[in-house]
Design a protein around this ligand. Structure first.
Ligand SMILES: NC(=O)c1ccc[n+]([C@@H]2O[C@H](COP(=O)([O-])OP(=O)(O)OC[C@H]3O[C@@H](n4cnc5c(N)ncnc54)[C@H](OP(=O)(O)O)[C@@H]3O)[C@@H](O)[C@H]2O)c1
Length: 262
């Protein structure tokens, strides 16, 4: 078995799907281990991969850890093996913590986001040197490239990446919901308002990726004495920017706390 996936919830399944679509591994080369529910069995059946026991983990070359950070201390002892390479997507859990608890210095830390489910994740990766030498980092790069773009981020900035990009889809969704609420308040029907809000986020994102600076984009929409600048004045009155900046800070700090087991 080339890869065992421990924890196949939303993210574990999205990454599994990505690697299968990219033909990174054969289905027979992948095993999945779940928690208390029947989810892992269902995922294994749906994707045609092996449902394996904890004991069978020892047959895996590499282990992808996709459980919640609070579960990690409970399972680390059971899955620890000095011969394995480990790739984790757990928020907050540092490379050194993983290495100490897993008994292997072949550890890669990654942070994808929910867009992995549609192959549009931005994923940060970093590893200890031993994982780079053993090819685990290269494998992880290919793995996460199958669900989107991959960025090498130094570990001290990992919680920041988590707070901004890992959590980011939730902030963007709140903005989209609020925008749709505004449309509904002013008479649009809900379904149309949500569709328009989603399309607006996509098109604005595409404009930003063409290297249009956000402030220039804003200025181009806001004509003198017009509708947009009237809206912008209200956004500034309610300290929207400060709320978003503080959200990223709070999520970053929470990542550090999770890493300390809090
Ligand atoms: N959601 C995101 O947007 C996101 C983004 C980046 C990173 N992450 C990270 O990804 C990880 C997973 O997040 P998620 O959203 O996919 O969570 P999730 O949907 O809650 O999935 C977690 C899975 O872990 C399984 N599990 C629990 N205890 C287990 C055990 N002892 N052994 C094996 N599997 C076990 C659960 O299975 P049962 O239900 O059967 O117990 C569940 O399917 C977290 O560490 C999170 O920090 C999440």
């Amino acid at each position: 078995m080339k890869l065992a996936v421990v924890g196949v919830g939303k993210m574990g399944e999205a990454i599994l799907e990505g690697m299968l679509n990219a033909s990174l591994l054969e289905r027979s080369e992948i095993g999945v281990v779940g928690g208390r529910s029947r989810r892992a069995a269902e995922v294994a059946e749906l994707h045609g991969v092996n449902l394996i026991s904890r004991a069978q983990l020892q047959d895996a070359e590499r282990v992808l850890i996709c459980v919640q950070p609070k579960v990690f201390p409970q399972i680390a002892g059971e899955i620890a093996d000095p011969h394995h390479g480990y790739i984790s997507i757990m928020a907050g859990v540092s490379l050194e913590t993983m290495a100490a608890q897993l008994g292997s210095r072949r550890v890669v830390r990654a942070m994808p986001n929910l867009a992995a489910t549609i192959h549009k994740s931005a994923t940060a990766v970093v590893s200890l040197e031993e994982a780079e030498v053993a090819g685990d980092l290269g494998f992880a790069r290919a793995l996460f490239a199958s669900v989107g773009d991959v960025y090498e981020i130094a570990e001290p900035l990992f919680n920041t990446f988590t707070g901004m990009v890992g959590s980011g889809p939730a902030y963007a969704a709140i903005f989209a919901e609020a925008l749709a609420d505004g449309g509904v308040r002013m008479g649009l029907n809900r379904k149309l308002a949500i569709e328009l809000a989603g399309k607006l986020l996509i098109s604005t994102g595409e404009l930003l990726l063409r290297r249009v600076h956000p402030s220039i984009l804003k200025d181009e929409v806001a004509s003198p004495g017009g509708t947009t600048v009237a809206g912008i004045a209200e956004i500034e009155r309610y300290t929207f920017r400060a709320a978003v900046i503080e959200a990223v800070k709070a999520a970053t700090l929470r990542g550090a706390e999770l890493g300390e087991g809090k």
